[in-house]
Design a protein. Structure first.
Length: 239
């Protein structure tokens, strides 16, 4: 604000700032200070850059692609900036460190997976078919992002201060699986099991399939195996 109060001190405009440069003192007309500041570029420097949700989304989408292709220690902020089509300073304006960017990228990705699970379940009527869609969406998510979750899985203590945010998203997705199992029990397609434990086991099977799959395994084959083993294990026993 000192520049605005002492606008007459702007270099190169001494003696004429604040008035039009007419020959007669009587005919001089005051020029608004903000116009002078804008013309000299100083007004622009006083305006803070505003962070927008859309720009943050673009950076997170770009970071998800970069972290999916490279391990954490090999990723540079320059890589993310280039992928997002912004300057490195813009990335740092939204995320203070690479660790913060990485963690926010994971939360962003998990939120996207949660939305896809909700949509997939809504499209299927049978509980067994719903479990199949959950397995497919979850495996496909990890299939395309093998490096994205590697640091989190190997060093969760690094992000211990934000464990609550991860737990909230995991519980939300677990709730989707648990609800499907409960519906199967109510429709007498599944036998009476502890739905919470069953949901944990189902999610564990998906994680195990993703961790131990080989290069020759196909997504379709793994989904079929997971759902087949799981549903046969909880199916009602015939009389």
């Amino acid at each position: 604000m000192r520049d605005l109060q002492n606008a007459e001190r702007i270099p190169g405009l001494e003696g004429t700032l604040g008035t039009s440069n007419l020959s007669s003192p009587e005919s001089r007309v005051p020029i608004p200070v903000h116009e002078i500041m804008e013309l000299t570029g100083q007004f622009r420097n006083l305006m803070p850059r505003v962070k927008t949700p859309s720009k943050k989304q673009e950076i997170l989408d770009a970071a998800a692609r970069v972290f999916a292709e490279k391990e954490f220690h090999r990723v540079l902020i320059d890589d993310v900036a280039s992928e997002a089509g912004v300057g490195k300073g813009t990335v740092y304006r939204y995320f203070r460190t690479k660790e913060e960017l990485y963690f926010e990228t994971i939360l962003h990705a998990l939120d996207g997976l949660s939305g896809r699970l909700d949509a997939a379940v809504a499209r299927e009527a049978s509980p067994a078919r719903r479990l199949e869609r959950i397995a497919r969406e979850s495996l496909q998510f990890s299939w395309q992002r093998r490096h994205l979750l590697s640091l989190l899985q190997s060093d969760e203590r690094r992000f211990a201060m934000r464990e609550g945010e991860l737990r909230e998203r995991r519980e939300r997705m677990m709730g989707v699986v648990q609800k499907v199992i409960l519906e199967g029990i109510e429709r007498r397609e599944f036998r009476g099991v502890d739905a919470r434990i069953a949901a944990e086991l189902f999610r564990g099977m998906i994680r195990a399939a993703n961790c131990f799959r080989s290069e020759d395994d196909s997504l379709d084959a793994l989904v079929c195996e997971i759902v087949g083993v799981f549903t046969r294990g909880i199916a009602r026993q015939s009389a």
